[in-house]
Design a protein around this ligand. Structure first.
Ligand code: GUN
Ligand code: FE
Length: 431
C-alpha cells in the first residue's frame, strides 16, 4: 500500500492542549493514510513497512490554516496602515477585481499554492474571489499540490467596487450553482465551501438564496464575524432586527447546527474579536468554529480576540493566517502571535483571562483547527496522517536543548519559513 510506511525522528504533538506530547527518536506508523500511533520501539508487525528515517529531525503534525484569502497573497505585507473597511475599499477590492482575468489568476494563484505547498500547512479553508472560473482554476492548482482544502467562490452583491459586486442576488446564486455543480465531487482533496463574504456585502435576498443552496448541497460555510468596530456598526444599521451580528447568519441557517430544522451546517467564522456573550453562547450551542487570526487583528487595528474566554466557553477554535490582513502564511507565526496577543489582553484588558501557553496555541494550530476536517492534527490512532519534518540543525545553539525547548524554538524562530525536509498529507508524501 502506497500510503503505508513508518516515519522515524523526534515526534512532537499536543494530544491535549494542556501539555506537550514528546517522543524522542521514535516511530510514527501510517497505514493506508491513517495514523496507528507513536512507538518508542517499532512493533514487529510494522517492521516490513518502508521506513523514512529522519534521524534527529523534528516531526510535527501538519498545520491547519482555518482562514486565508488566496487572491490577497499577491499584496501581503503592503498597504497595512488602514482599518478593515477602508483597507477593503482602497486595496483589497481593487486587487480582487483582477481575478476576472484568468491569466493573472493563474500566475498569482500559482505563487500562492507554491508557497503553501512549501510551508508547514497541510490543510486550509480558503476564500477565492467572486469569479467562478478563477476559483475553479485555484481548486485545480490546490488539487495538484496534494494539500487538502475547502475553497470558496465568494458571494458579494452589495457595498463593494462596481467591478467586484455581482449584478444581483440571483446572478450570484446562479453562478454559485454553476460553480458547485462543476466542482462538487470533481476533486479528491479540494472541496467547495459556501462563502458569503460578510454581512455588509450580502443582501438579505442573497442570504436567502445561499440558505437554499446550502440545503440543496449540504456543503460547509465560511465567513467573517465581529471583526472590527466599523464593520459591526455598519451591520447594526443594515440588519437592525438582529440582536447580534452572528444572528444574521443564523437567521439563514448558515451558522452551525440548527436543532429546529435538524441540520448540521459545518461553519467557520473568522475573527470574532468583539463577539457579545449572546453570540458566544450561540456559537457554542451550534458548534461554530472560530478562526483566530491574530496578525490580521493587529495589522488592521481590529483588536484582540479574547481566546481564553472562548476556550472557557467550550468553543471550537483554530488559527488562521488571514492573508493579507495577516502578512505571513506561517501558522508557526500565528501560534506565537496567539500567545503574545493573549498576554497583552491579560495585562492590558482583563486579568481574569490567563494568557495562553505554548501547548495550548500549538493545539489550536493542529487539533483545534484540524477538527473542522475530521480526525486531524495529531498522530493518535485513526487520525489522518499529516506530518511536517523540520531540520532544526539550521538553528545553531551552544547549549544542549531538550525536545520541548527544540519544539518551542522551532516555532518561535519560524523554522517553517526556512526549511521543511518532508511533508505528508493524509499519508501522501508531497515533499
Ligand atoms: N471582511 C470581509 N472581507 C474581508 C477580507 O478580505 N479580509 C478580512 N480580514 N476581513 C474581511
Ligand atoms: Fe479574512
Amino acid at each position: 500500500m502506497e500510503k503505508s510506511f513508518v516515519v522515524k525522528g523526534n515526534i512532537c504533538q499536543t494530544v491535549t492542549s494542556k501539555k506537550l506530547d514528546l517522543h524522542e527518536n521514535s516511530f510514527a506508523v501510517c497505514i493506508d493514510g491513517l495514523s496507528v500511533g507513536v512507538f518508542e520501539d517499532l512493533p514487529e508487525e510494522y517492521t516490513h513497512l518502508p521506513l523514512y528515517d529522519y534521524k534527529d529531525a523534528l516531526i510535527f503534525p501538519g498545520m491547519v490554516d482555518l482562514h486565508v484569502h488566496a487572491p490577497q497573497y499577491a499584496f501581503r505585507g503592503m498597504c497595512m496602515d488602514l482599518e478593515l473597511m477602508d483597507w477593503l475599499n482602497r486595496y483589497t477590492f481593487p486587487e480582487e477585481e483582477k481575478y476576472e482575468d484568468l491569466e493573472y489568476a493563474e500566475k498569482a494563484y500559482g505563487m500562492f499554492v507554491n508557497a503553501f505547498k512549501k510551508g508547514a500547512t497541510t490543510r486550509a479553508c480558503i476564500f477565492a474571489t467572486r469569479h467562478r472560473y478563477a476559483t475553479e482554476l485555484l481548486m485545480e492548482l490546490m488539487e495538484e499540490s496534494g494539500l487538502i482544502s475547502f475553497v470558496g467562490k465568494v458571494n458579494m452583491d452589495r457595498e463593494a467596487s462596481k467591478a467586484l459586486t455581482e449584478d444581483s442576488a440571483d446572478i450570484s446564486a446562479y453562478t454559485t450553482f454553476g460553480w458547485i455543480n462543476a466542482v462538487n465531487n470533481r476533486f479528491k482533496n479540494t472541496k467547495p465551501i459556501l462563502t458569503p463574504r460578510f454581512i455588509p456585502c450580502c443582501t438579505d435576498k442573497l442570504m436567502e438564496e445561499l440558505r437554499q443552496i446550502q440545503m440543496a448541497y449540504g456543503i460547509p460555510v465560511q465567513s467573517h464575524l465581529s471583526e472590527s468596530k466599523g464593520e459591526i456598526d455598519f451591520v447594526k444599521i443594515l440588519r437592525p432586527n438582529n440582536s447580534f451580528y452572528g444572528d444574521s447568519y443564523n437567521e439563514y441557517d448558515l451558522f452551525g447546527k440548527n436543532d429546529d430544522i435538524d441540520t448540521d451546517v459545518k461553519t467557520v467564522m473568522a475573527h470574532c474579536v468583539w463577539s457579545t456573550d449572546k453570540e458566544v453562547e450561540l456559537m457554542r450551542k451550534n458548534g461554530v468554529f472560530i478562526a483566530h487570526c491574530p496578525a490580521s487583528n493587529m495589522n488592521l487595528t481590529s483588536g484582540i480576540a479574547p481566546i481564553r474566554k472562548y476556550l472557557n466557553a467550550g468553543i471550537n477554535i483554530g488559527l488562521g493566517s488571514d492573508i493579507a490582513g495577516g502578512h505571513s502564511e506561517s501558522i508557526f507565526r500565528a501560534i506565537t502571535d496567539t500567545i503574545q496577543v493573549s498576554k497583552m489582553y491579560f495585562r492590558m484588558v482583563d486579568d481574569s483571562f490567563a494568557p495562553l501557553v505554548f501547548s495550548e496555541a500549538f493545539y489550536l494550530a493542529t487539533k483545534g483547527g484540524g477538527a473542522f476536517f475530521g480526525k486531524v492534527g495529531s498522530f493518535e490512532k485513526s487520525y489522518e496522517f499529516d506530518a511536517v519534518v523540520l531540520d532544526d540543525g539550521v538553528l545553531p545553539h551552544p547549549q544542549s536543548l531538550n525536545l520541548a525547548e527544540r519544539m518551542e524554538r522551532a516555532v518561535y524562530l519560524g523554522l517553517d519559513e526556512k526549511n521543511i525536509t518532508a511533508k505528508f498529507v493524509a499519508g501522501r508524501k508531497i515533499i
